[in-house]
Design a protein around this ligand. Structure first.
Ligand code: HSE
Length: 436
C-alpha cells in the first residue's frame, strides 16, 4: 500500500442511472485500489439526481444523493457527467470547465452536437475533458485514435458502435428472433437508450461516428454531418438473402477520407445497415458487443473489440478517464509505470487453469473407457467430451478427450497416469484449449 500526503480529490457524480450507479459502486468498493493508483483518495462527494429516493442498480449512501448539481460541481476536483441529454448536462459541464475543473463524460449526444464548444472551452481554461465512455462502452478506442495513432494517418474507421442494434441483428440472424422480441431483450439487459428509437434509428451510432471521425481525422464533425439510416426496415427476407450470399448484416458507423470528383479532399460520415462478408472480423462480433475496425496508412488494419454498452463496462471507461485525470492532478503528469515487487508475484505455470485435448491410442477391449475415465476422475479433472475414432491414430482405437478447465498440475498428472496405463498404447497428443 502506498501512503500519501495528498488531500482527497472530490469527485462529483452527475447522474445515478445504469452507468452512474456502477461508477458510484466502483468508487466505493475499490476505494483502496484507486487511492493507490492515484496517489490520493478519490472521494465520492455526491451524486446529483432528479429523484434522490428512486430505486437504483446500486445504492450508495443515501446522504450522497442531491438535486443540487451546481453546488456539487462547484466543490469538485473532478466532475463525472453521466446524465445524458443536452441540458442540463451542457450547462453543468460548461460551469465546471469555466472554473478549471476536470470533466469526464460519456455523453455522446452532447459531444456530437456541441463538442467543439466544449473542447474550446477546456483548452481555454486548461481544464481536462475526457470522454472515452462516449463511444463503444468499455473499448479503449478514443485514446488509441488520439494518441497511439498520432504519428499515422487514419484513412477509414468502421464501427459496430451500437450494442442494441448489433444484439437485435445478431438474434435475428442466429435465432430467427423477431425485431420486437430482440429489442425487448436488449432493453431488459440495459443496453438500449431510455428512448430506443435513438438505437434502432441509427442516431446513437451517428453521434459516435461524429466523435470517432473527430479524433481520427483531427477535425471537428457534428451529428448533422452524418447520413443516417437505422435498422427498422431490416426484414427476415433481407437476412436470408444476405446469408445466402455469404454476408452478415451489421449496422456500421463509417468515417472515411474521400476525394470528391472535383479533387476536394474530405471525409464522409455515414451510418447504415451494411452487408459484411462472413469472413471479415466485424462479422464475428455477436450480441451487444462492439468493435471498431481502423485502417491507417502505416499501421494497416486494427480492430478494437469489447462490450459496447451496459453499466459496468461503460463505468470501466469512465473510471479509466477519472484515474488518468486524477493522476495528472496529483502528480502533474501521467503515472510512471510501477513495478510492484511482491504484490502480484509470477506463479509457476503448473498453477494455470486450462482445458486440454488429449488424444490416446488405446487397446480396443472391454473396460478401457472406464479405466481411462477413472484416471481423470481420480485427479479431479472433469471431461467435457469423449469421442472414440477407429484406427485414426494407428492400430487400435483412438480416444479424443476434451476436458473442462482444470489446474495444469492436475492435467499433467492425468497425462502421466494415462501414459502408465497398460491399455493405453500411446499418448498421441496433448494440446491446451483456450477461448472456450
Ligand atoms: N444504447 C447504446 C448501445 C448504449 O446500445 O450501444 C451505449 O452507448
Amino acid at each position: 500500500m502506498t501512503t500519501t500526503a495528498h488531500a482527497p480529490l472530490r469527485v462529483a457524480l452527475l447522474g445515478g442511472g445504469t452507468v452512474g450507479s456502477q461508477v458510484a459502486r466502483i468508487l466505493t468498493e475499490d476505494a483502496a485500489v484507486l487511492r493507490d493508483r492515484v496517489g490520493a483518495p478519490l472521494e465520492l462527494a455526491g451524486i446529483a439526481v432528479r429523484t434522490p429516493d428512486a430505486p437504483r442498480d446500486w445504492q450508495a449512501d443515501p446522504a450522497l444523493y442531491t438535486t443540487d448539481a451546481e453546488t456539487l460541481v462547484d466543490g469538485a476536483d473532478v466532475v463525472i457527467e453521466l446524465m445524458g441529454g443536452i441540458e442540463p448536462a451542457r450547462t453543468l459541464i460548461r460551469r465546471a470547465l469555466e472554473a478549471g475543473i476536470a470533466v469526464v463524460t460519456g455523453n455522446k449526444a452532447l459531444l456530437a452536437q456541441h463538442g467543439e464548444e466544449l473542447y474550446d472551452l477546456a483548452s481555454r481554461t486548461g481544464a481536462q475533458l475526457s470522454f472515452e465512455a462516449a463511444v463503444a462502452g468499455a473499448i479503449p478506442i478514443l485514446r488509441p485514435l488520439r494518441d497511439s495513432l498520432a504519428g499515422d494517418r487514419v484513412t477509414r474507421v468502421m464501427g459496430i458502435a451500437n450494442g442494441t442494434t448489433n444484439f437485435i441483428l445478431d438474434r435475428m440472424d442466429t435465432e430467427g428472433a423477431s425485431f420486437e422480441d430482440a429489442l425487448a431483450e436488449a432493453q431488459r439487459l440495459g443496453y438500449a437508450e431510455a428512448d430506443p428509437s435513438a438505437d434502432v434509428g441509427g442516431d446513437d451510432a451517428a453521434a459516435k461516428a461524429a466523435i470517432l471521425a473527430t479524433l481520427a481525422f483531427g477535425t471537428s464533425y457534428t451529428l448533422d454531418q452524418v447520413s443516417v439510416e437505422g435498422i427498422t426496415g431490416i426484414t427476415a427476407a433481407d437476412n436470408e438473402a444476405a446469408t445466402e450470399a455469404g454476408y452478415a448484416i451489421k449496422l456500421l458507423a463509417i468515417a472515411e477520407r474521400v476525394t470528391a470528383e472535383d479533387g476536394t479532399a474530405g471525409a464522409i460520415l455515414r451510418v447504415h445497415p451494411t452487408l459484411v462478408p462472413r469472413q471479415h472480423p466485424l462479422a464475428s462480433v455477436h450480441g451487444a458487443f462492439n468493435a471498431v475496425f481502423v485502417e491507417a496508412e502505416n499501421a494497416g488494419e486494427l480492430m478494437f473489440y469489447g462490450p459496447g454498452a451496459g453499466g459496468a463496462p461503460t463505468a470501466s471507461a469512465v473510471m479509466g478517464d477519472t484515474v488518468a485525470i486524477a493522476q495528472r492532478i496529483v502528480r502533474g503528469g501521467p503515472a510512471r509505470l510501477r513495478t510492484p515487487v511482491a504484490a502480484l508475484p509470477a506463479l509457476a505455470p503448473a498453477e494455470a487453469h486450462t482445458s486440454c485435448l488429449v488424444v490416446l491410442r488405446v487397446a480396443d477391449q472391454p473396460g478401457v473407457l472406464r479405466r481411462v475415465a477413472a484416471v481423470f476422475e481420480d485427479h479431479g479433472v472433469s471431461i467435457e467430451t469423449l469421442r472414440q475414432v477407429q484406427g485414426a491414430d494407428g492400430p487400435g482405437a483412438s480416444l479424443r478427450v476434451i476436458t473442462h478447465r482444470a489446474r495444469q498440475r492436475d492435467l499433467d498428472a492425468v497425462v502421466a497416469a494415462l501414459g502408465a496405463l497398460d491399455v493405453v498404447h500411446d499418448v498421441v497428443s496433448v494440446l491446451r484449449v483456450e477461448g472456450n
